[in-house]
Write a protein that binds this ligand. Sequence first.
Ligand SMILES: [Zn+2]
Length: 118
Amino acid sequence: MTLSDEFLARQGDELAALKTRLTEELAFYKEASAPVTLDQAQVGRLSRIDAIGQQEMHKAAAVQTEQRLRRVVVALRKLESGDYGWCDQCDEAIEPKRLEAQPEVIFCLRCQGASEAQ
Ligand SMILES: [Zn+2]
C-alpha cells in the first residue's frame, strides 16, 4: 500500500501546524509550572494550595506536550525521508485512518499496543 502524494502533503501540513501549536503550548506550560513566588500577604492559604495544584497540573501537561512534540518531530523527519506511514518498529504500513486521526503516529496499532503494555 502506498500513500498518495496528496495524503502525504496534507499530513505534512497537519504536522507542521501541530508542531507550531505544541511548541507554543509547551512554552506556556513551562512558564506556568515554573516556581512562583507567592505574595504571602495577599495570597491566603487555600489559594496557595490552589496555585501549587495548578503548577503540578501544568508540569504534567508540559511533560505530555513535550512527548507529543517529540513524536511530531520524528514523524516530520520520516515524511522527509519517505518513511512516513511505515511503522518504526516492524516496518508494516500504518492504517491511513489512524494517521488521519493522529498524524504523529509512528507505530502500527500492534506495536503501539505492545509498547503501551510494557
Ligand atoms: Zn508495527
